[in-house]
Design a protein around this ligand. Sequence first.
Ligand code: WTA
Length: 664
Amino acid sequence: MSVARENVEAAPSATIEDYYHEGREFPPSEEVRERALIADRSLYEAADADWEGFWATQAAALDWFEPWKTVCEWELPFAKWFNGGKLNVSYNCLDRHVLAGNGGRVAYYWEGEPGDQRVITYAELLDEVQRFANALKGLGVTKGDRVAIYMPMIPEIVVAMLACARIGAPHSVVFGGFSPDALRDRINDASAKVLVTADGGWRRGAVVPLFENAAPILSDTRSIEHVVVVQRTGDGDVPLMQPGRDHFWHDLVLEADAECPPEPMDSEDLLYLLYTSGTTAKPKGIMHTTGGYLTQVAFSHRYVFDLHPDTDVYWCAADCGWVTGHSYIVYGPLANGCSSVMYEGTPDFPSKDRWWEIAERYRVTTLYTAPTAIRTFIKWGSEYPRAHDLSALRLLGSVGEPINPEAWVWYWEHIGGGRCPVVDTWWQTETGAILVAPLPGVTSLKPGSATFPLPGIGAEVVDDAGNRVERGGGYFTLTRPWPAMLRGIYGDPERYRETYWSRFPGRYFAGDGAKVDEDGYLWFVGRVDDVMNVSGHRISTTEVESALVDHPSVAEAAVVGAKDETTGQGIVAFVTLRGGMQVDASDKHGRELRDHVAQRIGPIARPKVVIFTDELPKTRSGKIMRRLLRDVAEGRDLGDTTTLADVGVVDEIRRRAEASPTED
Ligand code: WTA
């Protein structure tokens, strides 16, 4: 059962006025310019003069086994980049650096939540990847087979991803915080043959038993033939492991050959699937391919973070379960041969200065995180970073949601010591790579603005009718293909066309509102569709509604994202209960419904509040008035409700909303 939807609605969660009050501008300092790879407009000029030629130059920085025949073939909305070329992603990320004599360079300084540490060089990583690639082959995985990965942030997740890339088996990483149900749906959609997981991962001092959680859903999957289990938290005794089907990672690699030649892949061969939430209940398997993707993640990682691979220590504090982890923990940094920090746990374990302790220990130069983390640090207080030597830092990045100027300025002052450019980077799972961001040696920064499209990117803000907006607000669109763009939705080409290319003919639109200021700077203002952004995580209102109505007590549900000081948005659910059920609209039942959603989708989707109501506000044609519900949830004046069928409903809902307890 599902509820009626409204059309896309231009009601972004923030307005440009929220941002403008900061007013200050931050041009690159002399010091920043001096060490910058690029301190002039040459990249923009080269891209403007010949954008395809520009991308070809970037692609040529990779190692190709065979050259491409065409740079870009564009049959709207389907693109092929560097078609005819052959390369291997793991070769570019590993062998290439080892062959160049950089095998001794550190690939990852890894730190587990309990405090265990590992330093892994490029040569060691190559060795582990080859062995695990052979282990996968031994389980019957061949080129084109999909491999699901459901793991904590341990080095083996990177090894597993690269081993898949080495043998041409697309991976589908499922965030370890997703529920087993969510894992099952993704495994089934991709028909994954093998699942790689772990006995558990550490989270705030406790073990999350990944394998044990996942084991029951395996009988609901038609395709899984084998499961590989990394022993991370236990002593080897893992309940529910089935002999023959399930294997320990350490046993497999012990028996595996040390050498595994990289499979030459076509530039357009599938590298991975990554599921993301859209405006319907079913997550979309976003397809990323090989040559264009690697070209653009390497390019953007190098120039946006002004990378100096031999001296930088780069830390992207995301999880490999999200696209940020794919592009900017694994593929971009490794393609560029840089040294990264990788951390398993939460920022407040064992204490609230864990990140700063790590940053000090490894002399981190570059930190990439989300505004929600920054706002949490602000709440905790500046004494935590102040207690540590962060003087090695020279660049800070932000991703995942609009960064409010207060958070930007705090990040700049308290983490960056007033000397590190803050690069706000806009992109999406679908774009594969950063598309809008400053170049630190070139761009004068405005706190809260992601500034300008990167060189080679065609972007415009348009109005409802699709006309370009030179100054003011509208919809953010892309006007031409880019190398790392999604190649489609797995198994559903029509949905790809419909979702991204139909709202504005000839343009890509994936749901963000943006404004252009008088200097041409871009200010992203949030989603204008039914996708919420909670702590930088994309969550579909429909998905949460479906989880709610699948509880036997729920008749109808409407979910909105309401502004939240720390998490950006919080999930607020309006629920009507079925008549005749033996449940009432109690706090206890509200808690049960929140738990139910967390169990269905994952803890990140747990509503902050459930508001019970006898009716949902609907237009006379029966559509739920979500704008109105958002206004109620955010405590705003309700404005015009004349299209409402029953005006009394709103007063009732407001009264109940005020009385409903909120979960932190
Ligand atoms: C939002 C994360 C404002 C946006 C890489 C987008 C941002 C969605 C920014 C994609 C930013 C991401 N400023 N909004 N710098 N970065 N977003 O697929 O709404 O998890 O559509 O990819 O996050 O989320 P996704």
